[in-house]
Design a binder for this molecule. Structure first.
Ligand code: DQA
Length: 207
């Protein structure tokens, strides 16, 4: 391509070709790194940083919402909910998320309105999936149910640490699960991790 040109003319030919090609290169590229005035090591580092950022921004974002008294894990009814505390649960969820390559936001509120605000926020911030343990609200909160029903397009899984079906009668009813895609019950804290895998799959299938 450049053979017919020499000296300054060759330089101009290169400039012209580049001008024609640059929009095509740009439209096919995900990142752009300047190589001027940078050492090869710095360029490599910049490429790594930018690709890491890119990977992060394309990761699915799953929101975990915990309802009342779940912050009391490790303190409340240990025979039912175990000895591990809430911070341990959050750590387990974050580690699993990292392993699965998803982003996770773990939230807890003792208030009905806190959970509802969070579910609505998941809509505005375009969360890719919701895992919810509504705690006792599961059994009677039509308001939490309505909030979940409003975000119909977001895959949702309800989690219960204990096996609610072997406990008191009032725990056998969930008013929230009919507006979720599925439920994990009675598998302890690990239930959240299974839910994370499931919700990730659902979010990927949807996309
Ligand atoms: C729970 C079960 C609910 O009945 C109870 O009110 C909770 C925790 C569970 O994770 O097993 O707070 O949701």
């Amino acid at each position: 391509l450049l053979a017919p040109y020499e000296g300054e003319a060759r330089y101009e030919a290169i400039q012209k070709l580049l001008q024609e090609r640059l929009p095509l290169y740009r439209s096919a590229a995900d990142i752009e790194v300047s190589v001027f005035k940078q050492s090869p090591e710095d360029i490599a580092e910049e490429i790594l940083d930018m690709t890491n950022e890119l990977e992060k921004s394309s990761q699915r974002e799953i929101w975990v919402c915990n309802g009342p008294n779940l912050n009391f894990l490790g303190i409340r009814e240990k025979g039912i909910y175990g000895n591990q505390d809430y911070d341990t649960l959050v750590k387990m969820i974050e580690e699993k998320a990292q392993e699965l390559g998803v982003e996770v936001e773990v939230f807890q509120s003792n208030y009905e309105g806190g959970l509802i605000d969070r579910i609505q926020k998941a809509y505005f911030e375009k969360a890719d999936g919701i895992i919810i343990n509504p705690g006792a609200f599961t059994h009677y909160s039509y308001a939490v149910r309505d909030a979940l029903a409003s975000v119909a397009d977001i895959p949702k899984i309800e989690v219960h640490i204990s096996n609610v079906h072997t406990r008191e009668e009032f725990r056998h009813t969930s008013v929230t699960v009919p507006v979720c895609n599925g439920q994990v019950v009675g598998l302890g804290l690990k239930g959240y991790l299974y839910a994370l895998e499931a919700v990730k799959d659902m979010a990927e299938k949807k996309a």
